[in-house]
Ligand binder design. Structure first.
Ligand code: GRF
Length: 195
């Protein structure tokens, strides 16, 4: 499975995927690491690892069509057959979603369909979970379609919300689960246990 990783910031899920590949736990090759932000920390990490990188900046293009064409060209140039979103904070262009139908996956730090949608990222998610008094939250891996966090769910894992949780404590525990869970599910996808 040749994967292109898309990220917008820190890139800790990208690193956990790269480590799982190195340990032989995930049969995949990272063929491209891409970001909408040229200064994303994850891109720096990718460069330091010697991986090919790309910046997809919509504002450099006159229209959505030529932007999507550029993205597809890059993906083809690197022979990507899956797109793995790991903290990517942009919608995928519809043309790319069509070209990679059921081949784009995302990880979300909550139990979708709860606590998803536009603006539900980072600490906002965990703050909303705590404020709503939920007893459990978790991690969701799902296919990506044209709408934020609404593609078909592939797998979920629960995380208990503790009475003394703060936003930071909860975020840390959920992230730990993400780092183990995402490579595991990607491995299942590569073994074709999921469609
Ligand atoms: C993760 O919590 C992921 O679920 C969400 O964005 C965050 C990315 O973190 N989609 P990182 O960049 O992988 O450290």
């Amino acid at each position: 499975m040749n994967i292109a990783i898309f990220l917008s910031g820190r890139g800790s899920n990208f690193v956990s995927i790269a480590e799982a590949i190195k340990k032989g736990e995930l049969d995949a090759k990272i063929v491209l690491v891409a970001s909408n932000r040229p200064d994303a920390n994850g891109l720096k990490t990718a460069r330091a690892m010697g991986l090919p990188t790309a910046v997809f900046n919509r504002s450099e293009f006159d229209d959505g069509g030529s932007f999507a064409d550029f993205m597809l060209e890059k993906l083809e140039e690197h022979n990507a057959d899956y797109i793995v979103l790991a903290g990517y904070l942009r919608l995928m262009p519809p043309r790319v979603v069509r070209a990679y139908r059921n081949k784009i996956v995302n990880i979300h730090p909550a139990l979708l369909p709860k606590f998803g949608g536009k603006g539900m990222y980072g600490m906002n998610v965990h703050r909303s979970v705590l404020e709503s008094g939920e007893k459990e939250t978790g991690v969701t891996v799902h296919y990506v379609n044209e709408k934020y966090d609404q593609g078909e769910i592939i797998a979920q894992e629960r995380v208990v919300v503790k009475p003394d949780d703060t936003v930071e404590k909860l975020a840390r525990r959920v992230l730990e689960v993400e780092h183990r869970f995402y490579p595991e599910i990607l491995q299942k996808i590569s073994q074709e246990s999921y469609k």
